[in-house]
Design a protein around this ligand. Structure first.
Ligand code: ATP
Ligand code: MG
Length: 203
């Protein structure tokens, strides 16, 4: 099977994440896309509310409910110290040796991947599907892809998906100011955020 893997903090999951998953599924003929909420994101030590894990998981569950090719994976959500992508992919490869894994990420991640723990160990275990984001244009992406391919023999494909200027940070900030987060997240996720009064205490 061909499996898309989308790791993130998902604080909250939004339509940017879901569109990436859907376009990857269609363009690379994937069988499933697994969404992996990260219990302890190594890069977000200062920013993240550690109590939010159960909400983050629940919002992923709600967002993908009823979409048979989208699955929630709890692999990085089990509360251990930190989850690292290289380790997750090694464990997936060991557990499912016949699967091919496609790691889906946005431009910010593609450009910071050399800061990730043992990032070189990521490349042998997956094809990376990289989507544009923010101010990175096609030629920036192509340059970075060529650089990583050349230097680390990484396998990376450009994932052409609609450019959406949406981030979880924007959504948290809007919710904190009591502005609507509808249309940035699935309706049921927006309702979940309202009902549970999430992010109201964020600066
Ligand atoms: P935050 O603002 O809290 O960092 P985020 O919106 O960046 O949240 P993450 O959970 O950090 O979401 O992202 C998980 C993955 O999804 C990353 O690889 C990121 O690049 C990608 N991603 C998130 N939003 C978008 C978007 N709008 N376009 C392209 N890629 C995205
Ligand atoms: Mg982010």
């Amino acid at each position: 099977m061909k499996i898309g893997v989308m790791g993130g903090t998902f604080d909250p999951i939004h339509i940017g994440h879901l569109l990436l998953g859907q376009f990857a599924y269609e363009m690379f003929d994937l069988d499933e896309v697994w969404f992996l909420p990260n219990a302890n994101p190594p890069h977000k030590d200062t920013d993240i509310d550690r109590n939010s894990l159960s909400h983050r998981i629940e919002m992923v569950r709600i967002a993908i409910d009823g979409i048979p090719h989208f699955k929630l994976s709890m692999h990085e959500a089990d509360g251990k110290d930190h989850s690292y992508t290289y380790q997750t992919l090694e464990e997936f490869k060991a557990e499912y040796p016949d699967n091919e894994f496609y790691f889906i990420l946005g431009a910010d991640s593609l450009f910071s991947i050399e800061e990730w723990k043992y990032f070189e160990k990521i490349f042998p275990n997956c094809v990376i599907l990289a989507a544009m984001r923010d101010d990175k244009d096609v030629s920036d992406m192509e340059q970075q892809i060529a650089y990583l391919q050349e230097k680390y023999q990484a396998r990376i494909q450009l994932l052409a998906a609609p450019l959406l200027e949406i981030s979880s940070t924007t959504i948290r900030n809007r919710a904190a100011r009591k502005l609507s987060v509808h249309y940035m997240v699935p309706d049921l996720v927006a309702e979940y955020i309202e009902e549970n009064q999430l992010y109201l205490d964020r600066p």
